[in-house]
Unconditional design. Structure first.
Length: 68
């Protein structure tokens, strides 16, 4: 249910907002990986969640591109 709402929110965003969300998610993933490498990350499952969110964002961008 939570992911469906997230994907619906992504579909309502413009292309520029999606690109910005993708950049933010990639920055967050970089920071999480850096924290993991230095043993500062407590919740390692967050890396998996962010990776999936990046894939969701890229999927919505591709769907919008094909629809045009």
């Amino acid at each position: 249910m939570k992911t469906n709402k997230y994907v619906d929110d992504l579909r309502n965003k413009t292309d520029a907002e999606l690109a910005l969300a993708l950049v933010d998610a990639k920055k967050e993933l970089f920071n999480l990986r850096f924290q993991n490498a230095t043993n500062q990350l407590d919740n390692t499952a967050r890396i998996k969640d962010v990776r999936k969110n990046i894939a969701r964002i890229q999927t919505v961008i591709t769907q919008k591109a094909k629809a045009q």
